[in-house]
Ligand binder design. Structure first.
Ligand SMILES: Nc1ncnc2c1ncn2[C@@H]1O[C@H](COP(=O)(O)OP(=O)(O)OP(=O)(O)O)[C@@H](O)[C@H]1O
Length: 264
Protein backbone atom coordinates (compact mmCIF):
# COMPACT_ATOMS: atom_id res chain seq x y z
CA UNK A 1 0.00 0.00 0.00
CA UNK A 2 1.18 3.51 -0.85
CA UNK A 3 0.11 6.53 1.20
CA UNK A 4 1.11 9.95 -0.07
CA UNK A 5 -0.01 12.96 1.95
CA UNK A 6 0.26 16.64 1.17
CA UNK A 7 3.16 16.00 -1.17
CA UNK A 8 4.94 19.02 -2.62
CA UNK A 9 8.06 19.20 -4.77
CA UNK A 10 9.81 22.43 -5.71
CA UNK A 11 12.82 22.33 -8.02
CA UNK A 12 15.47 25.05 -7.94
CA UNK A 13 14.04 26.76 -4.87
CA UNK A 14 15.17 30.36 -4.52
CA UNK A 15 16.49 30.54 -8.09
CA UNK A 16 14.90 32.30 -11.08
CA UNK A 17 14.09 28.81 -12.43
CA UNK A 18 12.10 27.76 -9.36
CA UNK A 19 9.38 25.30 -10.35
CA UNK A 20 6.61 23.83 -8.25
CA UNK A 21 6.41 20.39 -9.89
CA UNK A 22 3.91 18.87 -7.41
CA UNK A 23 1.68 20.47 -4.81
CA UNK A 24 -0.85 19.19 -2.32
CA UNK A 25 -0.88 15.65 -3.72
CA UNK A 26 -2.84 13.20 -1.56
CA UNK A 27 -3.05 9.66 -2.87
CA UNK A 28 -3.69 6.30 -1.25
CA UNK A 29 -3.10 3.26 -3.41
CA UNK A 30 -4.26 -0.10 -2.14
CA UNK A 31 -1.96 -3.10 -2.26
CA UNK A 32 -2.10 -4.77 -5.65
CA UNK A 33 -3.83 -1.85 -7.39
CA UNK A 34 -2.70 -0.97 -10.91
CA UNK A 35 -2.94 2.78 -11.45
CA UNK A 36 -2.45 4.42 -14.82
CA UNK A 37 -1.13 7.99 -14.68
CA UNK A 38 -1.83 10.48 -17.44
CA UNK A 39 -1.27 14.20 -17.90
CA UNK A 40 0.22 16.65 -20.33
CA UNK A 41 3.95 17.40 -20.63
CA UNK A 42 5.31 18.87 -17.43
CA UNK A 43 2.26 17.83 -15.38
CA UNK A 44 4.46 16.17 -12.74
CA UNK A 45 4.07 12.48 -13.65
CA UNK A 46 7.76 11.56 -13.68
CA UNK A 47 8.32 13.66 -10.57
CA UNK A 48 5.66 11.64 -8.75
CA UNK A 49 7.35 8.38 -9.78
CA UNK A 50 10.71 9.90 -8.84
CA UNK A 51 9.41 10.68 -5.34
CA UNK A 52 8.21 7.09 -4.91
CA UNK A 53 11.52 5.70 -6.17
CA UNK A 54 13.52 8.07 -3.94
CA UNK A 55 15.22 9.89 -6.83
CA UNK A 56 13.38 13.10 -5.93
CA UNK A 57 13.13 14.21 -2.31
CA UNK A 58 9.87 16.01 -1.46
CA UNK A 59 9.89 19.61 -0.33
CA UNK A 60 6.92 18.85 1.88
CA UNK A 61 4.60 15.98 2.72
CA UNK A 62 4.94 12.34 3.60
CA UNK A 63 5.37 9.12 1.63
CA UNK A 64 4.65 5.75 3.21
CA UNK A 65 5.19 2.50 1.31
CA UNK A 66 4.09 -0.81 2.83
CA UNK A 67 3.84 0.86 6.24
CA UNK A 68 7.37 2.33 6.08
CA UNK A 69 7.88 6.05 6.10
CA UNK A 70 10.29 6.48 3.17
CA UNK A 71 9.87 10.25 2.75
CA UNK A 72 13.54 11.02 3.35
CA UNK A 73 14.98 7.64 2.39
CA UNK A 74 17.31 7.65 -0.61
CA UNK A 75 16.81 5.29 -3.55
CA UNK A 76 19.23 2.64 -2.28
CA UNK A 77 17.38 2.34 1.03
CA UNK A 78 14.08 1.51 -0.63
CA UNK A 79 15.38 -0.55 -3.55
CA UNK A 80 13.90 -3.72 -2.12
CA UNK A 81 10.46 -2.06 -1.96
CA UNK A 82 10.30 -0.25 -5.28
CA UNK A 83 11.39 -1.13 -8.83
CA UNK A 84 11.24 1.22 -11.79
CA UNK A 85 11.28 0.75 -15.56
CA UNK A 86 12.02 3.79 -17.71
CA UNK A 87 11.06 4.85 -21.22
CA UNK A 88 14.62 4.52 -22.45
CA UNK A 89 15.58 0.84 -22.40
CA UNK A 90 19.19 1.92 -21.82
CA UNK A 91 18.38 3.61 -18.51
CA UNK A 92 17.52 0.66 -16.30
CA UNK A 93 20.32 -1.71 -17.26
CA UNK A 94 24.04 -1.68 -17.89
CA UNK A 95 24.86 -2.04 -21.59
CA UNK A 96 28.39 -3.28 -21.14
CA UNK A 97 27.41 -6.10 -18.79
CA UNK A 98 25.93 -9.39 -20.00
CA UNK A 99 22.25 -10.33 -19.71
CA UNK A 100 23.16 -12.69 -16.89
CA UNK A 101 25.19 -10.08 -15.01
CA UNK A 102 22.36 -7.55 -15.31
CA UNK A 103 19.91 -10.09 -13.88
CA UNK A 104 22.29 -10.89 -11.01
CA UNK A 105 22.65 -7.19 -10.19
CA UNK A 106 18.88 -6.72 -10.29
CA UNK A 107 18.32 -9.68 -7.99
CA UNK A 108 20.79 -8.19 -5.50
CA UNK A 109 19.03 -4.79 -5.36
CA UNK A 110 18.38 -3.64 -1.83
CA UNK A 111 20.91 -6.02 -0.25
CA UNK A 112 24.04 -4.81 1.44
CA UNK A 113 26.95 -4.60 -0.98
CA UNK A 114 29.04 -7.75 -0.97
CA UNK A 115 26.22 -9.93 0.28
CA UNK A 116 24.96 -10.90 -3.14
CA UNK A 117 25.26 -14.64 -3.51
CA UNK A 118 27.76 -15.82 -6.13
CA UNK A 119 26.40 -16.65 -9.54
CA UNK A 120 26.26 -20.40 -8.99
CA UNK A 121 24.75 -23.10 -11.16
CA UNK A 122 21.30 -22.93 -9.59
CA UNK A 123 20.98 -19.17 -9.92
CA UNK A 124 22.21 -19.34 -13.51
CA UNK A 125 19.54 -21.95 -14.26
CA UNK A 126 16.89 -19.84 -12.54
CA UNK A 127 17.80 -16.74 -14.58
CA UNK A 128 17.86 -18.77 -17.78
CA UNK A 129 14.40 -20.13 -17.00
CA UNK A 130 13.01 -16.65 -16.34
CA UNK A 131 14.48 -15.39 -19.62
CA UNK A 132 13.26 -18.44 -21.58
CA UNK A 133 9.72 -17.66 -20.41
CA UNK A 134 9.88 -14.46 -22.45
CA UNK A 135 9.86 -16.54 -25.66
CA UNK A 136 12.32 -14.17 -27.30
CA UNK A 137 15.14 -16.71 -27.63
CA UNK A 138 17.31 -14.70 -25.25
CA UNK A 139 18.04 -17.71 -23.03
CA UNK A 140 20.67 -18.68 -25.61
CA UNK A 141 22.29 -15.26 -25.38
CA UNK A 142 22.83 -15.00 -21.61
CA UNK A 143 26.49 -14.04 -22.15
CA UNK A 144 25.71 -11.32 -24.69
CA UNK A 145 26.15 -7.72 -23.59
CA UNK A 146 22.85 -5.91 -23.02
CA UNK A 147 23.85 -3.20 -25.49
CA UNK A 148 23.62 -5.72 -28.33
CA UNK A 149 19.87 -6.21 -27.80
CA UNK A 150 16.98 -4.36 -29.40
CA UNK A 151 15.04 -1.82 -27.38
CA UNK A 152 12.10 -4.21 -27.00
CA UNK A 153 14.30 -7.09 -25.85
CA UNK A 154 15.95 -4.84 -23.28
CA UNK A 155 12.61 -3.56 -22.07
CA UNK A 156 11.31 -7.13 -21.64
CA UNK A 157 14.43 -7.97 -19.64
CA UNK A 158 14.05 -4.76 -17.61
CA UNK A 159 10.61 -5.96 -16.56
CA UNK A 160 11.97 -9.33 -15.50
CA UNK A 161 14.76 -7.53 -13.63
CA UNK A 162 12.19 -5.38 -11.85
CA UNK A 163 10.60 -8.51 -10.37
CA UNK A 164 13.78 -10.30 -9.26
CA UNK A 165 14.41 -8.53 -5.94
CA UNK A 166 10.89 -9.09 -4.65
CA UNK A 167 9.84 -5.42 -4.78
CA UNK A 168 6.22 -4.72 -3.88
CA UNK A 169 5.82 -1.61 -6.01
CA UNK A 170 6.44 -1.35 -9.76
CA UNK A 171 6.85 2.06 -11.38
CA UNK A 172 6.55 2.20 -15.17
CA UNK A 173 7.52 5.50 -16.77
CA UNK A 174 6.23 5.43 -20.36
CA UNK A 175 8.00 2.11 -20.70
CA UNK A 176 6.49 1.25 -24.09
CA UNK A 177 6.72 4.72 -25.65
CA UNK A 178 9.94 4.02 -27.57
CA UNK A 179 8.81 0.64 -28.96
CA UNK A 180 7.16 -0.28 -32.24
CA UNK A 181 3.44 -1.14 -31.90
CA UNK A 182 3.98 -4.92 -32.00
CA UNK A 183 6.69 -4.85 -29.37
CA UNK A 184 4.72 -2.36 -27.26
CA UNK A 185 1.79 -4.81 -27.25
CA UNK A 186 4.07 -7.68 -26.27
CA UNK A 187 5.66 -5.66 -23.46
CA UNK A 188 2.23 -4.63 -22.14
CA UNK A 189 1.08 -8.28 -22.08
CA UNK A 190 4.27 -9.20 -20.26
CA UNK A 191 3.73 -6.30 -17.85
CA UNK A 192 0.22 -7.47 -17.05
CA UNK A 193 1.29 -11.07 -16.42
CA UNK A 194 4.24 -10.06 -14.21
CA UNK A 195 2.02 -7.66 -12.25
CA UNK A 196 -0.54 -10.43 -11.71
CA UNK A 197 2.00 -13.16 -10.85
CA UNK A 198 3.90 -10.98 -8.37
CA UNK A 199 0.83 -9.11 -7.08
CA UNK A 200 2.61 -5.82 -7.62
CA UNK A 201 1.20 -2.44 -6.71
CA UNK A 202 1.77 -0.62 -9.98
CA UNK A 203 1.85 2.94 -11.28
CA UNK A 204 2.16 3.29 -15.04
CA UNK A 205 2.72 6.67 -16.68
CA UNK A 206 1.48 6.73 -20.26
CA UNK A 207 0.66 9.24 -22.96
CA UNK A 208 -1.63 6.72 -24.64
CA UNK A 209 -5.21 7.22 -23.51
CA UNK A 210 -6.07 3.79 -24.90
CA UNK A 211 -3.40 2.16 -22.72
CA UNK A 212 -4.51 4.21 -19.73
CA UNK A 213 -8.02 2.75 -19.96
CA UNK A 214 -7.22 -0.76 -21.20
CA UNK A 215 -4.83 -1.54 -18.36
CA UNK A 216 -5.09 -1.17 -14.64
CA UNK A 217 -7.87 -0.64 -12.15
CA UNK A 218 -7.70 3.11 -11.63
CA UNK A 219 -6.65 6.16 -13.63
CA UNK A 220 -5.37 9.47 -12.32
CA UNK A 221 -4.68 12.61 -14.30
CA UNK A 222 -2.11 15.15 -13.16
CA UNK A 223 -2.15 18.75 -14.25
CA UNK A 224 0.09 21.54 -13.03
CA UNK A 225 1.42 19.29 -10.28
CA UNK A 226 -1.97 18.32 -8.83
CA UNK A 227 -4.36 15.42 -9.29
CA UNK A 228 -7.30 16.66 -11.36
CA UNK A 229 -8.97 13.32 -12.09
CA UNK A 230 -9.12 10.07 -10.14
CA UNK A 231 -11.42 7.38 -11.53
CA UNK A 232 -11.99 3.76 -10.70
CA UNK A 233 -14.72 1.09 -10.85
CA UNK A 234 -17.81 1.71 -12.97
CA UNK A 235 -16.97 5.37 -13.51
CA UNK A 236 -13.78 4.27 -15.20
CA UNK A 237 -15.46 1.49 -17.17
CA UNK A 238 -17.84 4.04 -18.63
CA UNK A 239 -15.01 6.33 -19.73
CA UNK A 240 -13.81 6.33 -23.33
CA UNK A 241 -10.68 7.70 -24.95
CA UNK A 242 -12.73 10.65 -26.22
CA UNK A 243 -13.82 11.47 -22.66
CA UNK A 244 -10.22 11.57 -21.48
CA UNK A 245 -9.24 13.80 -24.37
CA UNK A 246 -12.16 16.11 -23.54
CA UNK A 247 -10.86 16.28 -19.96
CA UNK A 248 -7.39 17.14 -21.21
CA UNK A 249 -8.91 19.95 -23.24
CA UNK A 250 -10.86 21.19 -20.26
CA UNK A 251 -7.91 21.27 -17.86
CA UNK A 252 -5.59 22.78 -20.39
CA UNK A 253 -8.18 25.26 -21.62
CA UNK A 254 -6.99 24.67 -25.12
CA UNK A 255 -7.11 22.14 -27.92
CA UNK A 256 -4.69 19.26 -28.01
CA UNK A 257 -1.98 19.65 -30.58
CA UNK A 258 -2.24 16.11 -31.80
CA UNK A 259 -5.25 14.01 -30.87
CA UNK A 260 -4.08 11.10 -33.02
CA UNK A 261 -0.94 10.74 -30.95
CA UNK A 262 -2.98 10.34 -27.82
CA UNK A 263 -5.50 7.89 -29.21
CA UNK A 264 -3.01 5.35 -30.60
N1 LIG B 1 15.39 18.10 -11.92
C1 LIG B 1 14.58 19.11 -12.27
N2 LIG B 1 14.98 20.39 -12.12
C2 LIG B 1 14.18 21.42 -12.44
N3 LIG B 1 12.93 21.27 -12.92
C3 LIG B 1 12.48 20.04 -13.10
C4 LIG B 1 13.28 18.88 -12.80
N4 LIG B 1 12.56 17.77 -13.08
C5 LIG B 1 11.38 18.19 -13.55
N5 LIG B 1 11.32 19.54 -13.56
C6 LIG B 1 10.17 20.37 -13.97
O1 LIG B 1 9.06 19.96 -13.18
C7 LIG B 1 7.87 19.93 -13.99
C8 LIG B 1 7.28 18.52 -13.95
O2 LIG B 1 8.13 17.66 -14.68
P1 LIG B 1 7.86 16.11 -14.91
O3 LIG B 1 9.03 15.55 -15.63
O4 LIG B 1 7.46 15.50 -13.64
O5 LIG B 1 6.60 16.16 -15.88
P2 LIG B 1 5.90 14.98 -16.69
O6 LIG B 1 4.45 15.05 -16.40
O7 LIG B 1 6.58 13.70 -16.42
O8 LIG B 1 6.15 15.45 -18.18
P3 LIG B 1 6.46 14.62 -19.54
O9 LIG B 1 5.16 14.04 -19.98
O10 LIG B 1 6.93 15.69 -20.46
O11 LIG B 1 7.50 13.60 -19.24
C9 LIG B 1 8.27 20.40 -15.37
O12 LIG B 1 8.02 21.78 -15.48
C10 LIG B 1 9.77 20.13 -15.42
O13 LIG B 1 10.42 21.02 -16.29
Amino acid sequence: MIEISNLGVVFGRGTPLQKQALSGVNLTIEEGAFVTVIGSNGAGKSTLLGVLAGDVLPTEGKVVISGKNVTRKPTADRASLVARVFQDPLTGSCGTLTIEENLALAAARGRARGLAPALGKNRRAHFRERVAALNLGLEDRMQDRMELLSGGQRQALSLVMATLAGSEVLLLDEHTAALDPGMAEYVMELTQSLVNENRLTTLMVTHSMRQALDFGTRTIMLHGGSIVLDVTGDNRKNLGVEDLIAMFRRVRGQNLDDDALLIE
